[in-house]
Structure formats: structure tokens, C-alpha cells
Design a protein around this ligand. Sequence first.
Ligand SMILES: [Fe+2]
Ligand SMILES: [Fe+2]
Length: 270
Amino acid sequence: MKLTVLFENHAGYKKGLLGYHGFSAIVEHNGKKVLVDTGTDGKVLLGNMEALGVFPGEIDALFITHGHYDHTGGMKAFLEARRVGIDVYAHPGIFQRRVALKPKLREIGIPFTREELEGLGATFHLSPEPVEFLPGFISSGEIKRNHWDRAVGYLVENGRYIKDPVRDDMALIVDLGNEIAVITGCGHSGIVNIAEHAVKLTGKPVKALVGGFHLRGAGQAILEDAVAKLKALGVEELYAGHCTGIDEYAHLKANFGYAEPLYVGKTVTL
Ligand SMILES: [Fe+2]
Ligand SMILES: [Fe+2]
């Protein structure tokens, strides 16, 4: 498996790459290419793709981790640039209206309608159940939360604000044979829950956890618990970025044993 980060809060070391809040990566495995999320901004996504030699038309499927704008905002530009249809795998909850209330009311959901994206060639396969949509590419399905989670924001239902559990948060599991890689978007379900769920689902140990771990502002107790539980679960390597948090990444680096940071252009080969 080879993963290349296309959209991340920080730019990498190659010429022409831009950092921007959000996440997207391309995963190549078993001769197929899957795009995970699309970042916040289409121009930045397409610019980084071009600089890294990734062509929108060569991607076999799109997996959306959850409906937040910083993972879905580049979708329209990606579909327009691609020009041919694509299968999109996600949870049925991605189109919910969602907002943040602080510091002021703002929309944080997917900035497009389903119809708009279907008009540009997206074929949605929306399911809360696990599904192997291409050989070795498994959508985790909805993730059971046995420990703390990292939900943010509010859903808007019948004009009322309801705390958003971000139920639609799913991970992409890549089957490496004897072990798995788990790719998260924001990790709202809680990074420990995600890893546990993936092990239970596949019966295989986690070689690497890659993506946003949403530990920013989590505090010492959660950080220490995350390190202890991921170690106990036998997770070998961490590749953390996006909403992990800089101080929180430093904690993982110092205490977990193996951790590398993500940035645009970073590759992970397993
Ligand atoms: Fe995010
Ligand atoms: Fe998110």
C-alpha cells in the first residue's frame, strides 16, 4: 500500500504544494487508487494533485470519512476536473446540516447538495455497515464507541440545535494481508474506538494508523489513555496530522514509540 497526502494543514517540502486546514490522501493498493476525502478547497486540492503528479481521472473510487466541510469542500472541483463518473462510499449521515456555534454561528457541513454532486457524476453508495468496496479496501462502517470520543458541533433538526455525535465518522481499512492500515479523516469516533473497531472487524492487527486523530485540546488524561490503549492493542505505527494538534502530536512522538507527522506530499508505504 502506498498513501500520499494531497491535502493537509501543513505544506510539505516539494515546490508548489499548499497547506490548508483539511485532509485528503490517495491510497494505492492491489492495483487500485482510492481518494480519501477532498480537503476544504478545490483549487488547493487540484493544485497539490498536479504538483504531485496525481490525475483526477485515474482514481477508481472516492471514500468520504465524514461530512465536515474540511473533508468534502474539494469534492465539486474534483468531480468537475475528472469529467467522468465515480463511485463514492460514505455514511448516509454526510448530508446532514451541521453548524458550529462558537465563536459565532457558521456552517461546518458538506457545502453541496447530493443532487448537485450527482449531476457532476458522483454515484453515492451510502451505508452505515462495513463494506469491502474494492479488493482490500474496506469501509469501517459506523464505529462503536466504547471509550471517549471527539465529537464537535451541532446538527440542525427542525430549527433546533442538537449536539452532533458525528455518527457518520468512518475510517478506511486497508487489508495488507496479515495486518491492516487504518486511515481516519478527523477521528471524531475516538482514535482508540476506531483502532479497536478495525481489529474486531477484520481479526487482524493494526500495522499503522494514518490521518487526523482529533486530539487537539484533549488534555493530558485522554492523551495518556490513548497511548496506553493503542499500545495495548498492538498498534505499531502512527502517522498523525490534520486535527491531531501539534502539542498532542509531540506527546505521541515522545510516548508512543513510533510516530511520524503528516504534511502535503508525505508518503506512507507499507
Ligand atoms: Fe477535519
Ligand atoms: Fe471533522
